[in-house]
Write a protein that binds this ligand. Structure first.
Ligand code: TXA
Ligand code: MG
Length: 338
């Protein structure tokens, strides 16, 4: 399949025509990759089971892994879920459009294909003008996982999407680099206490402040070992994720010792003829780390490294925690303490 790549810097007439073309493809059950503020998404009409099945097929993604449904206005929210509450009102007023996904009881019209057979649906309003315009013009809620092949790092630049999906989908909308760089915070509102299923740039504290009440982290998030996750509530958590092609090891501990150990391991491995890449973020630069992490993984893969040594972030910081959630998965939970 020939893939058209449209660069969109401003929403001028030309851009609107491109978005319209993409929206028409969505309406007909096709797939379109588009930018959001978090990562690029691979979208299809969320209410069309065949279209959603095509996402799974294109990504090579297990079909019990549910999708996030993207909307551009509040009326849509109430079509997809009947649940109304003060918490929902407060959160959507403050954080939408933005990197917050809400898990709510689903209405019947949302197909099982979209929710992986769950009785709940994950919904968010992305904060990106191209995404919002695409959703509006398509006039359908858009199911969109990250626009990478399953298991690869999430795409934060158009070139990442091109690398993974060129030839597989008809249109990629290029809206430049994603502002946040890690996926949205997923918050489950179907239980008694709002529960974070996936940490993101919007933190437990951010959410608690707006709700004025307690928010908890899903206990699975604190388990370091993949094997320990027995009954993941966000099914996406049980799969190998974000994995670079290279072997990856995380080094955790006192920052000075971490730097020294990374240097030592780098030299030792280079002496054995291996090409070694290093990911080491400035100590307090959590947002920068979120922004750069996936792109760094891909860039090291492009350089053909055999081994990636990554310095752990301080996971007592909530954004550090969110990046570490991805870093641990990328490294297959391979972490050493120094
Ligand atoms: O930032 C994002 O959320 C990006 C952009 C494209 O919007 N999308 C994204 O989608 O990260 P995806 O499919 O890669 O991740 C969806 C996450 C998975 O961990 C999935 O298990 C969880 O949300 N999820 C989806 N529906 C759910 C549901 N009904 N209950 C619990 N978890 C759900
Ligand atoms: Mg993903």
């Amino acid at each position: 399949m020939k893939t058209k790549i449209y660069d969109i810097q401003k929403l001028n007439d030309r851009a609107m025509a491109h978005i319209k073309e993409a929206a028409d493809i969505l309406k007909k059950g096709g797939l379109v990759a588009f930018p959001t503020e978090t990562v690029y998404g691979l979208g299809a009409d969320a209410l069309n089971p065949k279209a959603v099945a095509a996402i799974y097929k294109t990504k090579g993604r297990p079909s019990d892994n549910p999708m996030i449904v993207h909307i551009a206005d509040m009326d849509r929210l109430h079509e997809l879920s009947l649940l109304r509450s003060e918490v929902i009102t407060k959160l959507t007023k403050r954080f939408w459009p933005g990197p917050l996904t809400l898990v709510l009881p689903k209405e019947e019209k949302v197909p099982d294909e979209t929710t992986g057979g769950l009785s709940t649906v994950a919904i968010r309003m992305p904060d990106n003008p191209v995404a919002l315009e695409l959703i509006k013009q398509s006039d359908c809620p858009i199911a969109a996982p990250s626009a990478n092949l399953s298991g690869r790092p999430s795409p934060t630049k158009c070139e990442h999407v091109v690398e993974d999906l060129k030839g597989k989908i008809p249109i990629i909308l290029n809206g430049g680099n994603c502002r946040v760089g890690i996926e949205s915070t997923v918050l489950d509102l179907t239980g008694e206490i709002p529960t974070i299923l996936r940490p993101g740039i919007l933190t437990q504290g951010d959410l608690e402040m707006v709700i004025g009440d307690k928010v908890v982290l899903d206990p699975d998030l604190n388990r370091k070992k993949h094997q320990d996750i027995l009954s993941p509530k966000a099914p996406g958590m049980k799969y190998t994720h974000y994995a670079p092609k290279a072997e990856m090891i995380i080094i955790q501990g006192n920052p000075d010792r971490v730097r020294i150990e990374i240097e030592r391991m780098k030299r030792a491995n280079e002496e054995k003829g291996r090409v070694v890449g290093v990911i080491l973020f400035a100590e307090q630069a959590f947002r920068q780390a979120a922004h750069d992490f996936f792109a760094e993984l891909r860039s090291l893969d492009d350089q053909g490294v055999d081994l990636i040594l990554a310095g752990a972030l301080n996971d007592e910081n909530p954004i550090g925690f969110a990046v570490m959630n991805r870093m641990l998965k990328s490294a297959g939970y391979h972490i050493i303490e120094v």
